[in-house]
Ligand binder design. Structure first.
Ligand SMILES: [Zn+2]
Length: 495
């Protein structure tokens, strides 16, 4: 049931009648989606959030989550009403202190009607009180909340927020976060950023996490369960907090042997991408049966299954590469996914080279040779793959081939300038594939439209240049040593 506020009595009605014609003129509802071509209902229009304050209580025994979200936002139009994206049960909404009417619609819309229409370009505070059992909620037939024997986890792409906090759920609207969650003593809470403090009282412990740099909503994560935490500091001085479920069983050693390399990998990536952009770093491995990993900001999520065959530092390289390519600079729309996945995969190729397990070029040649021209792999267009193929293998592998093709077209010097310059140019913002092409053209002074078209947009296998044919032919029989470990990360973002 959704409560609607009723203006009591005749006086209220009279005030309302006087108020509406004057103030509602020019005020209109915010759009129910932010305008993403793949996911028209994701995010919302009419405002921009700058901060989320989430103060929650979670009971692992029942998977019940309740509390208050306080959003600080600014209107971008005169608003009579606006939406948040959310699935849990809302008990009360306040806008600028006054109770607001609300209702649900669509798969995940929470429509909020403030008592007084909101003027364009003014600050707005939205308080949402809510509760619910996240694992009982589905949208479009699926859930991104993973129940574990000892708690639950919110981590998925592109949708994860709906199950644990109300938001403007699209990378175009980044914000800072304070995530404070109270759990029974003996249970741990993992989220993004810095652990500011914990405090215990009457059998409950409150964990206070802070992300003080803008973060996309899908990159916010919450994991509750029985975790061991490890701490350290990178050579460059970034504090590291990793967390491992106490119940990883046979995967425990390999998981730690991989994720404990986080500081080393981040410092190594900084050599290619520029200084690590955040003040916190780490990773966590919960007790879940999922198979994927995700670049949740500052603290990626890794499924235990990633470590079935022993340690896999390559998956750590992939998720940490996203801290620059995906998190610091995010997609403008989900069609720009190549900038995330092509470069995270290419970072794995560079790591392979670093480890002496095959050079980026050898991996490119082997990848190219392993897919014959009639392989449907080549029909996927990494530059605009469509929502159904957003996380297709081709976005990763053909995407990384495109990066290698760019490197060969502009030469190493300009290529590595682009690789490092891009995260700085669009830091904490959003950018598109076209923005990337323009930037690479600017740095190299070369027209690159044809190259981008060939490798990212044509639904056919690009021809190998004459110079490359011989090495491609020999590559077909020489699997690089790193191939299987890289391939083990192919499913990193599958639902
Ligand atoms: Zn990825």
């Amino acid at each position: 049931m959704h409560r609607r506020l009723i203006v009591p009595g005749a006086l209220g009605a009279a005030v309302l009648m006087l108020a509406i014609p004057a103030s509602a003129a020019g005020h209109s509802p915010g759009a129910p989606g932010i305008g993403d071509p793949y996911y028209p209902a994701y995010g919302n229009g009419g405002y921009d959030v700058s901060h989320y304050d989430l103060r929650l209580t979670y009971q692992p025994a029942t998977d019940r989550l309740e509390g208050t979200a306080t959003l600080l936002a600014r209107t971008t139009q005169d608003l009579s009403r606006f939406n948040l994206d959310f699935l849990l049960d809302v008990g009360e909404v306040r806008v600028n202190g006054a109770p607001a009417a609300f209702a649900t619609s669509g798969e995940h819309e929470l429509e909020i009607t403030p008592k007084t229409p909101l003027a364009k370009d003014t600050p707005v505070t939205v308080v949402v009180r809510y509760s619910g059992v996240p694992s009982s909620k589905k949208a479009y037939g699926f859930t991104s909340w993973h129940r574990t024997p000892d708690g639950g986890i919110g981590a998925n792409e592109p949708e994860a927020a709906w199950w644990w906090f109300p938001s403007n759920d699209h990378p175009l609207d980044k914000a800072t976060f304070d995530v404070s969650v109270q759990v029974p003593d003996g249970t741990q809470v993992i989220s993004n950023g810095t652990l500011q403090s914990t405090s215990s009282r009457l059998g409950w412990t409150r964990w206070n996490w802070r992300s003080d740099k803008p973060q996309a909503t899908y990159l916010a994560t919450l994991a509750i369960g029985r975790f061991d935490l490890t701490t350290g500091t990178t050579e460059s001085g970034i504090p590291v907090v990793n967390a491992y479920s106490k119940d990883l069983g046979a995967h425990a050693g390999a998981a730690r042997a991989s994720v404990e390399r986080t500081g080393e990998v981040a410092d190594w990536l900084a050599g290619y991408f520029g200084p690590y952009p955040y003040n916190a770093l780490g990773g966590y491995v919960p007790n879940t049966g999922t198979g994927y990993a995700l670049e949740t900001q500052t603290r990626p999520f890794y499924s235990p299954r990633q470590f079935t065959n022993g340690s896999n530092v390559s998956v750590v390289v992939h998720e940490l590469a996203h801290q620059w390519y995906g998190d610091l600079v995010s997609v403008r729309g989900w069609q720009d996914i190549w900038i995330n996945e092509g470069f995270a995969r290419y970072a794995q190729w560079l790591w392979s080279e670093h480890e002496g397990e095959g050079t980026a070029r050898e991996l490119a040649d082997y990848t190219y040779a392993s897919h014959p021209a009639d392989d449907p792999f080549w029909t996927v267009r990494p530059g605009d793959p469509g929502p159904d193929d957003q996380f297709h293998l081709a976005v990763y592998d053909r995407g990384a081939l495109a990066v290698q093709a760019l490197r060969e077209a502009i030469g190493d010097e300009d290529f590595f300038t682009v690789l490092k310059g891009w995260p700085a140019k669009y830091a904490h913002g959003n950018a598109s594939v076209a923005d990337f092409r323009r930037y690479a053209e600017e740095v190299s002074g070369k027209p690159l439209a044809a190259l981008f078209d060939t490798w990212l947009y044509e639904p056919v296998k690009p021809a190998a240049s004459a110079a490359r044919s011989a090495s491609v032919a020999s590559a077909a029989t020489a699997e690089p040593a790193s191939w299987k470990k890289i391939a083990a990360t192919n499913g990193v973002h599958a639902h």
